[in-house]
Design a protein around this ligand. Structure first.
Ligand code: ADP
Ligand code: MG
Length: 460
């Protein structure tokens, strides 16, 4: 539990950060989103901000995170992870926190806010993250298949199963879905975020209760550990993880891990963990293509009881494309906007509701030349060759990947892409894009290529 002194502390830190933020955002923005927030807790590099409702928490997380983290970091003078929780101004969490880790579901809160535990409260499964609510498309088909297989026959097929993707693409959702299915069959499981695992392990060491810790973790039929990239640099915890992992693995208990970095890039993890990870199955989730994005939006729209026309879904799907959490957030915003103004959802209203989100997407826009260059660097094929006529396998593949990425990342039209790539015909471009899209599904090496190129682009 937080002591009085540390409880006072986050308030002051947050007030200082608010002072800075006030200077950086417009007044309406400050009044709407920031004014009624409160600093709740600060420990182990994590700062918890209380927001008055789910909509505010979500907006802060999705649209102001980097701004807020810069302000906070300048106050505390070190790196912080920020978590937003729904909490009233007097620091009282809403009814949800009175539960002691049993699953609690607050209908008006967005899924990821409910799923977050308060400091040491054990994480629990989110009731919305089921297989039934998971929309399957080309980008996530493999991960979905692996997850259902493991849920059906835990410990028998792929062990560990590692789900890997960029943030917001459904790893946690699939992991919880495995959990739901397994528990419905009477199996016992432990679901934990890596942060929670770390905290309880450290606490166990401090309190001399590592035996109990081991017992607790080793008694489960399944261990689901979310976001293992947080193990990086935490040697003591890695040690704890390794022993737990081994004990479970040796008795054929199922282990499921998620990570937002490819396993090979978890370079700082000790070798022994790495080789164990490699012994299971690593599946990735790619960013969803436009059809999947529309399908996801449609599914979410149906849950809202609001009538959202396809044209509005199309508009959102075309603009928000990398991250499903943002995609959901954009729809929530549109629905809230329509509620507030009492007007039906139209494309016009949608445009207005997400005007500033669209702007952020545009800020992230990657120049076409950077895409071609990244593809050229990755495949070791010169830019001239990509734009040229050579048709050997390597050059042709690099060219088609460039076409695909120009379409996916920059949302350019086929003939524009043709022009960028040295005057290719739009049917050639269309063929190239389709070919890559189809191959992605059956060719893990190609998936790996795309992940690496996208990572290079993201870290430009
Ligand atoms: P990650 O763990 O990869 O960061 P999450 O699992 O938290 O991502 O997913 C982010 C949000 O997007 C969640 O609300 C989740 O329910 C939703 N989501 C992700 N993929 C899908 C999908 N295929 N169908 C429906 N919802 C999805
Ligand atoms: Mg996650």
């Amino acid at each position: 539990m937080t002591t009085t002194t540390t409880a006072e502390h986050p308030r002051q830190i947050w007030d200082a950060a608010l002072g800075q933020l006030q200077l950086r955002v417009t007044r309406p923005n400050f009044e709407t989103w920031l004014k009624n927030t409160v600093g709740v807790a600060y420990r182990d590099g994590e700062f918890v901000v209380g927001a008055p409702n789910a909509f505010v928490a979500e907006t802060l997380e999705q649209r102001m995170y980097s701004l807020i983290s810069r302000a906070l970091e300048s106050v505390v003078d070190s790196e912080v992870e920020i978590r937003f929780e729904i909490m009233t101004l007097d620091g009282e969490p809403p009814a949800l926190s009175s539960s002691n880790g049993e699953h609690s579901d607050v209908p008006e809160a967005p899924p990821h806010a409910v799923a977050q535990p308060i400091i040491h409260r054990p994480a629990s499964l989110n009731s919305r993250y089921t297989f039934e609510r998971f929309v399957v498309g080309k980008s996530n088909e493999l991960a979905h298949a692996a997850a259902t297989a493991v849920a059906g026959r835990p410990g028998e097929l792929y062990n560990p199963l590692v789900l890997y993707s960029d943030v917001g693409l459904g790893k946690t959702h699939l992991m919880h879905a495995i959990g739901h299915r397994a528990t419905s069959r009477g199996l016992s499981l432990i679901y934990s975020t890596t942060e929670e695992f770390t905290n309880s392990y450290i606490r166990a060491i401090r309190e001399g209760t590592t035996d109990e810790f081991r017992e607790r973790y080793r008694s489960a039929d399944l261990l689901l550990l979310d976001d293992v990239q947080f193990l990086i640099g935490k040697e003591q915890t890695q040690e704890g993880f390794f022993h737990t992992f081994n004990a479970l693995h040796m008795t054929n208990r199922q282990i499921v891990l998620t990570s937002d970095r490819p396993v090979s890039a978890l370079a700082l993890l000790e070798d022994r963990i790495q080789s164990r990870l490699a012994g299971g199955l690593v599946v990735d989730i790619q960013p969803p293509d436009v059809e999947t994005r529309i399908a996801i939006l449609r599914a979410k729209a149906e849950e809202t009881r609001q009538d959202v026309p396809d044209s509005a879904l199309q508009f959102l799907a075309e603009r928000v494309h990398k991250n499903i959490r943002e995609l959901e957030g954009s729809l929530n915003r549109v629905v809230a906007f329509s509620d507030l103004t009492g007007s039906p959802v139209t494309v016009e209203l949608t445009k207005r509701a997400v005007a500033d989100m669209v702007e952020t997407a545009a800020e992230r826009h990657i120049p076409d030349a950077a895409i071609v260059e990244a593809v050229s660097d990755h495949f070791g094929v010169s830019i001239e060759a990509i734009k040229g006529r050579k048709r050997d396998k390597k050059t042709a593949q690099a060219r088609q990947v460039a076409m695909y990425l120009l379409r996916e990342e920059s949302q350019l039209g086929l003939s524009v892409i043709g022009k960028i790539l040295g005057g290719k015909d739009h049917t050639t471009v269309s063929h190239g894009c389709d070919r890559i899209a189809n191959q992605l599904n059956v060719d893990p090496q190609l998936r790996r290529h795309l992940i690496n190129i996208r990572e290079a682009l993201a870290s430009r």
